[in-house]
Design a protein around this ligand. Structure first.
Ligand code: OXD
Ligand code: MN
Length: 593
């Protein structure tokens, strides 16, 4: 039951607007969720999968025109255009509200309004924030029940406070031309219409935990980042935590759940996953940077997930998971996706629900010929993950030793380098660029700048965001985490990846932590400090010292071309670009001469 006056007033206002037939408050009970699952199966919204092989698992298919985040239709509706900045789409708030309320008007007729109270972060933690999402989709309710902490306990913790985030989601008729994902940072308000795809409609995730939260973090002195959090345990049982930002679909989930190579496992090394996508970070009473994962589950990309690439994620999907847009194996009522194994089902439906012939698969036209959509997903409870950290539910968070940035770069970035200091590290984050993937609509494989992997997710002016990073560094002083950049994706002249990646990335993480503890030297280059070749362990690998040397080279011509790209990217920020960042850029240019 809700008694909070500000929440009740808003729900009444929304009820009058969208005009639902019924209203259901999501209390978080298993009985209520089970009833909703049954309803969704009855209506065809979800397909119940094989209860013996995949207990508690379901398949959902979105509309074919609604399979990814729509960055072109995502808006930051701050009062002033300047506050949204040049990297966001902006709409004037009154105009946006008018337009959205017009679209939403009467759209729940014949439908049920579900009220989802949810907490981002462990319920009651000082890191956590509360939101209410109104939706007409059972799929959204069931996904939010996995991805966030929901129900009456959240309502109880909120009490009479007015500190909560409004979220209205209306499926409407899933019309592409009327699809809008709008954020009103000054009003703590999110409105999403005409979509049913996760990243656009699970409002706790990208919309709240990144776009709105980044704005709150700037005003309140903390950080909301597009980062995984992992703990690396050494044979002495000490665990050090790393937060790492990569653009969408660059293997964040794989790195977050990494299985150390055999040699390291035998020595007693372990990796613990705290989060795979988002980190909220605050300065603790000890002056260090502490992080929590505000989410409660994984909304991971299915294709490519397999026994080798990420056995932990695969294990996490074996029960109580919702699959979206994967292939359905009609013989045993299980699911399949490209890269799961080498045995595509012979009798199957593709992600669109059509009879699928795996022999017609054409890499050049994946969307139309694959079994699973390239951006198909699993929504799996974090507790299912075999390597989930014992600190996952800790309201206090984990202390961060290193921050790692990374991207998908065929040539420029070396395997790993350390920034010169925090300020230089902010510059390193600001020049992040990556080749695009299927996680958002648009061309795939184009290099685009993506500072701190936050370009699609920063809820305010990107230059002010760099300024906020610099401020945080000043507050952290000598206790600031060290900042690194990695690139697992360098390719040879034939386009093959040079570094084995996956579990072997642990060899690079080990060097990073050794640097944090001052246990290993490094070589200074114009871009930062790279390892000495002999300090990257290649034992048991099909990799020679020469390969490592190649992976660590900084090609001056490539980097000089890179500086032209950076200059072009920075141009849009004009005078707003912090002087410290300009100085760092100049420093790099001078060192490259
Ligand atoms: C995601 C993304 O879904 O970044 O995590 O696109
Ligand atoms: Mn992400």
């Amino acid at each position: 039951m809700i008694t909070n006056k500000s929440v009740l007033a808003w729900i009444d206002e929304m009820k009058a607007l969208v005009n639902p037939d019924n209203v259901v408050l999501i209390d978080g009970s298993e009985a209520q969720l089970e009833d909703l699952r049954a309803q969704a199966v009855k209506s065809g919204e979800m397909i119940k999968l094989n209860e013996d092989l995949l207990p508690g698992c379901y398949l959902h298919r979105t509309a074919v025109n609604d399979v990814a985040r729509v960055e072109g239709r995502t808006f930051i509706c701050s009062k002033k255009e300047e506050d949204a900045g040049p990297t966001n789409n902006w709409m004037e708030p009154t105009k946006a509200y008018d337009m959205l309320f017009n679209i939403a008007k009467g759209s729940y007729a014949g439908r049920t309004m579900y009220i989802i109270p949810y907490s981002m972060g462990p319920v009651g933690s000082e890191f956590s924030k509360i939101g209410f999402e109104l939706t007409d989709s059972i799929y959204v309710v069931l996904n939010m029940a996995i991805m966030t902490r929901i129900g009456q306990e959240v309502v109880d913790v909120l009490g009479n406070s007015e500190d909560w985030i409004k979220g209205l989601h209306c499926k409407c008729n899933i019309e592409e031309e009327n699809r809008y994902i709008c954020h009103f940072p000054e009003d703590n308000y999110i409105i999403s219409v005409n979509s049913g795809y996760g990243g656009n409609v699970l409002l706790g995730k990208k919309c709240f935990a990144l776009r709105i939260a980044s704005f709150l973090g700037k005003n309140e002195g903390w950080m909301a980042e597009h980062m995984l959090i992992l703990g690396l345990e050494n044979p002495q049982g000490e665990i050090k935590y790393i937060a790492a930002a990569f653009p969408s679909a660059c293997g964040k989930t794989n790195l977050a759940m990494l299985i150390p190579p055999e040699k390291y496992r035998k020595l007693g090394y372990k990796v613990w996953c705290v989060g795979d996508d988002i980190a909220w970070m605050r300065i603790g009473s000890d002056g260090r940077l502490w992080a929590v994962n505000p989410e409660n589950g994984f909304f991971g990309v299915a294709p490519g997930t397999n026994e080798n690439s990420n056995p932990n994620a695969l294990a996490a999907t074996k029960k109580n998971t919702i699959f979206t847009n994967v292939a359905l194996n009609l013989d045993d009522n299980t699911v399949w996706w490209e890269g799961l194994d080498k045995n595509p089902p012979k009798n199957a439906l593709n992600w669109k629900g059509e009879k699928w012939d795996y022999t017609k698969y054409d890499k050049a036209d994946k969307v139309n010929t694959s079994g699973a959509h390239p951006n198909s997903r699993f929504t799996a409870p974090a507790v299912n993950c075999p390597c989930i950290s014992s600190e996952f539910n800790s309201g206090k968070g984990v202390p961060i030793s290193a921050i790692v940035f990374g991207g998908r770069r065929a040539k420029a970035a070396p395997l790993v380098y350390q920034s010169r200091d925090w300020q230089n590290g902010v510059f390193v984050g600001s020049i992040m660029a990556s080749e695009t993937t299927a996680a958002a609509t648009g061309a795939v494989g184009v290099v685009r700048n993506d500072p701190m992997a936050m370009k699609p997710f920063c809820g305010y002016h990107m230059a002010d965001y760099f300024g906020h990073w610099l401020e945080m560094g000043k507050k952290l002083g000598s206790k600031a985490p060290k900042i690194f950049n990695v690139n697992w994706f360098r390719t040879d002249d034939e386009g093959n990846f040079i570094w084995p990646g996956f579990g072997d990335n642990m060899r690079v993480l080990n060097w990073i932590l050794a640097r944090c503890e001052d246990k290993v030297d490094a070589v200074e280059t114009p871009v930062g400090y790279v390892p000495k070749v002999e300090d990257i362990d290649i034992e048991d690998l099909d990799v020679t010292e020469d390969t490592i040397k190649e992976l660590l080279t900084i090609d001056k011509d490539v980097w000089t071309a890179e500086t032209e790209n950076i200059a072009k990217f920075y141009e849009q920020f004009g005078d707003k670009l912090p002087q410290e960042i300009k100085n760092e850029f100049e420093g790099l240019q001078n060192r490259l001469k």
